[in-house]
Design a binder for this molecule. Structure first.
Ligand code: SF4
Length: 305
């Protein structure tokens, strides 16, 4: 059996991109050290604050819930909440909800559920039944952001913590580049500036590869929901998932390089696309750069199908 590069105990993993073998203890320490360092770079908690974790119940969000609790759970003046969005996907979200609830019970974190049905009037299954050519995920992403933003504002949340891992980040960066959506690229989290009406996001796992998050959850004994959304097959992200995996396989460290390049370019992108004064949506009064917000435009589109 291969020994840990640090202590000679049996290794549980080989980190290809830096050539080290790590035992369970050193692997857990390695992940936690990097997460703490990354969080510090993204945001400094200033005294009394309420923060929330976007919790689906999957490996990424339950791990980030655990890590948020580890970092902030005992800090005086800090309150941590968890928010689960129930998109209304039968056989998928209904089975992840109990997992999310249990994780919160174990850590003593207050859990809130906000549903598409209540906020936008339709479940994801009802939306899927309309067979719109733009695909389910186009609706889901916009409506989920609305749900999280509304609940965060209601709770007085100053930072929303999400479980995006390194693979998610590399995929989003490449996706926005290939779509020439530089404005979206400039707005990708983590957010260092606060746009009034929107809760800024903190992404503690952004430099941790997906397989490492999975191993972290397993070694820490974190229970998570391991299933794929039935609508994921139609998502454009699938192509980028394959591309990023192939690039990483051919040249270990590529995902980190994509993220580093993005971080180096971000200040220029933010300067090119500065925050603008937002209007109020003419229908729902939520902030938007247009006359109507994306949520209201998509609801209108649904009504016309
Ligand atoms: Fe929503 Fe698409 Fe993700 Fe399913 S795969 S949860 S529809 S964004």
């Amino acid at each position: 059996m291969t020994a840990c590069s640090k202590c000679r105990a049996p290794a549980v993993t080989f980190i290809r991109y830096n050539g080290t073998h790590l035992c369970a203890d050193h692997f857990l320490e390695y992940v936690e050290r990097r997460v703490k360092k990354d969080v510090k770079k993204q945001w400094t908690a200033m005294g009394d604050e309420t923060i929330a974790v976007a919790l689906s119940g999957g490996k990424d969000s339950t791990s980030v819930l655990y890590l948020t609790h580890l970092i902030y759970g005992k800090r005086r003046g800090m309150t941590v909440h968890a928010i689960t969005v129930d998109e209304g996907i039968r056989g998928y979200r209904d089975s992840s909800l109990p997992v999310a609830r249990k994780a919160c019970d174990i850590l003593g974190i207050e859990h809130h559920v906000v549903s598409f049905k209540d906020v936008v009037g339709h479940t994801m299954d009802e939306i899927a039944a309309r067979h719109d050519e733009i695909g389910e995920c186009s609706y889901c992403g916009v409506f989920r952001r609305r749900c999280l933003n509304l609940k965060s504002q209601e709770l007085g949340v100053s930072r929303l913590i999400t479980g995006h891992n390194l693979d998610d980040m590399a995929q989003s960066i490449l996706m926005n580049f290939t779509n020439a959506d530089l404005e979206k690229l400039a707005r990708l989290g983590p957010h260092t500036k606060v746009q009034p009406g929107f809760v800024p996001r903190c992404l503690p796992l952004r430099s941790i590869p997906e397989q490492e998050v999975m191993l972290y959850a397993m070694l820490r004994g974190i229970e998570f929901h391991n299933a794929e959304c039935p609508y994921a097959g139609r998502a454009a992200r699938g192509t980028f998932r394959d591309v990023v995996a192939r690039l990483e396989d051919a040249t270990p460290g590529t995902r980190h390089s994509i993220l580093r390049s993005y971080d180096a370019l971000k200040p220029a992108l933010v300067e090119q696309y500065p925050m603008i004064h937002l209007n109020r949506c003419k229908t729902c009064q939520e902030p938007t750069s247009q006359q109507y917000c994306k949520t209201c435009l998509l609801k209108k589109r649904l009504d016309s199908l």
